[in-house]
Design a protein around this ligand. Structure first.
Ligand SMILES: [Zn+2]
Length: 67
């Protein structure tokens, strides 16, 4: 299995053409690459951008009412 397997990122918006659901990602030598199938924009996901994917953990998930 050496074929590059692309998968689309649901809800992702291309930073170049602002199109939605056009970004596909595949792995190349352990690095995530992103391509927009609409405008051809490409980006390598380095460790620096990986932090962007971290979901916010400070969200309030409930309200606690102390007695
Ligand atoms: Zn694009």
């Amino acid at each position: 299995m050496t074929a590059k397997r692309k998968r689309f990122i649901a809800g992702a918006v291309c930073p170049e053409c602002q199109a939605k659901d056009t970004l596909a990602v595949w792995q190349d030598q352990g690095v995530d690459n992103v391509i927009c199938v609409k405008c051809g924009f490409t980006q390598r996901q380095t460790d620096q951008v990986a932090a962007d994917k971290t979901p916010a953990k400070d969200q309030i998930i409930g309200i606690f009412h102390p007695e």
